[in-house]
Design a protein around this ligand. Structure first.
Ligand code: AMP
Ligand code: GLY
Length: 423
């Protein structure tokens, strides 16, 4: 099977690496791809991941057997629908199911209707009503979320009334997140530990992958701004078999059933962002795709052929498939450009990588790099995800940090405490 992957970050590099291992895989293509992905797939940097028409035109030219749409924006914008209409087989949900990530008001509504545990909430479009609700709740921190996609930045955890009021104003009046913030969700703050569980689903059955732990803040001890993710570990030891069972019964199966009952069957990878609270596991958010950088630590532990899973989902026979996972642990440390997630420079030369963009003792997933005259240059906020699979978490983390020590670029920044909470 020739496969075209849409996207160009560390997640897409991990998907490409998993598919490259499959004996079923023929040619691999990636649009736009990046410097590191180019070692595995022919890349098309001129086709951006959000360019629906460009992707359809490229697919018509390359005639792949599958198109794997990895990022949120094209899924929410309906890239899968457009590709299907042209006769292509795809991996990823249609727009009517991707809305589970595309609209927080929609996803909260589904959870309320089907009794799926999540934070109590209300939705608003009117500033006065929103502020009155915050006053009436009188509970801080208060959580204020833009309805639509906002690069993970559309959530404000306000510590008091003044901050909450300002957050509402910035979204509803100043239009801080554009159309994404013209509706807002105000919800109860949930105290607890966060766990990510990615799950394969064909709309009928759901097969959770190994759990993981993301590190969203820029600096050690969860300080600094929220980022796309500074590092991950899998499995997440806080996610015990008992909790997994509870989540399967109360969250995963009900969500997949709910979407099918609504006439919006979800096919692809469904991301459950969970909070383990004193009152049980609750949904923080759904994403309609693989997480980044969760994928970088989850897929290396997958023993079943990803191409087989992809086909089983298309043919709606995922329930028949026995998906096997390694018992090992995996750790990914993200090396970012100094200043990320705010202003940062790009074009810095990266040292410590071989001609394939790899190093001896780790798998280096490229998030934001480009290849120029045979040299790897930084080309984004998150640059590399240095990843190691080990017999246990401690050895995976030690080896990942050792490998990070051998790679450098000007103003490189990484967290020193990835996985520490899990040891
Ligand atoms: P989201 O984009 O909805 O995942 O929110 C981003 C981050 O904000 C989450 O990963 C949590 O760390 C935090 N967060 C969101 N909603 C809540 C909540 N209701 N209670 C506590 N933390 C939250
Ligand atoms: N790592 C969080 C996400 O992919 O949304």
């Amino acid at each position: 099977m020739d496969i075209l992957i849409i996207g160009g970050g560390g997640r897409e590099h991990a998907i490409a690496a998993a598919l490259a291992k499959s004996p079923k895989t023929g040619r691999l293509y990636c649009a736009p791809g990046n410097g590191g992905i180019a070692a595995l797939a022919e890349c098309f940097p001129e086709v951006k991941a959000t360019d629906i028409d460009g992707a359809v035109t490229l697919a018509k030219r390359l005639k792949p057997d599958y198109v794997f749409v990895a990022p949120d924006d094209p899924l929410v914008m309906g890239m899968v629908d457009k590709l299907e209409a042209e006769g292509f087989k795809t991996f990823g949900p249609r727009a009517n199911a991707a809305i589970l990530e595309g609209s927080k008001a929609f996803s909260k509504g589904i959870m309320k209707k089907y009794g799926i545990p999540t934070a109590a909430y209300e939705t608003f479009t009117d500033e006065e009503k929103a502020v009155a609700y915050i006053k009436e709740q009188n509970s801080y921190p208060a959580v204020i979320k833009a309805d639509g996609l906002a690069l993970g930045k559309g959530v404000i955890i306000a510590k008091d009334f003044e901050e909450a009021k300002a957050a509402v104003h910035s979204m509803l009046v100043d239009g801080k997140f554009g159309k994404s913030g013209s509706d807002i969700v105000i919800e109860e703050f949930m105290d607890g530990t966060e766990v990510t569980v990615l799950a394969f689903t064909d709309g009928k059955s759901v097969k959770p992958m190994v759990s993981s732990m993301d590190h969203k803040r820029a600096y050690d001890n969860d300080e600094g701004l929220n980022t796309g993710g500074m590092g991950t570990i899998a499995p997440n030891p806080l996610y015990t078999p008992e909790i997994a069972e509870e989540c399967m019964e109360k969250i995963f199966i009900p969500t997949v059933k709910a979407m099918s009952a609504e006439g919006r069957p979800f096919k692809g990878c469904l991301y459950f962002g969970l909070m383990l609270t004193s009152k049980g596991a609750k949904v923080v958010e759904y994403n309609c795709r693989f997480g980044d950088p969760e994928t970088q630590v989850v897929l290396p532990l997958l023993e079943t052929d990803l191409a087989d899973i992809m086909e089983a989902i298309t043919e709606e026979r995922l329930g028949e498939l026995d998906i096997k996972w390694s018992n090992k642990s995996c750790a990914c440390v993200v090396m970012a450009s100094g200043g990320y997630p705010e202003k940062y420079e790009t074009g810095k030369s990266i040292s410590g990588l071989d001609e394939r963009g790899q190093c001896a003792d780790a798998y280096v997933y490229h998030a934001g790099t480009k290849l120029a005259d045979g040299k790897y240059l930084t080309a984004g906020g998150r640059v590399l995800g240095v990843t190691v699979t080990g017999d246990d978490l401690r050895s995976a983390l030690d080896a990942a940090y050792k490998a990070v020590g051998g790679i450098s670029f000007e103003k490189a920044h990484y967290r020193k405490d990835i996985g520490k909470k899990a040891l």
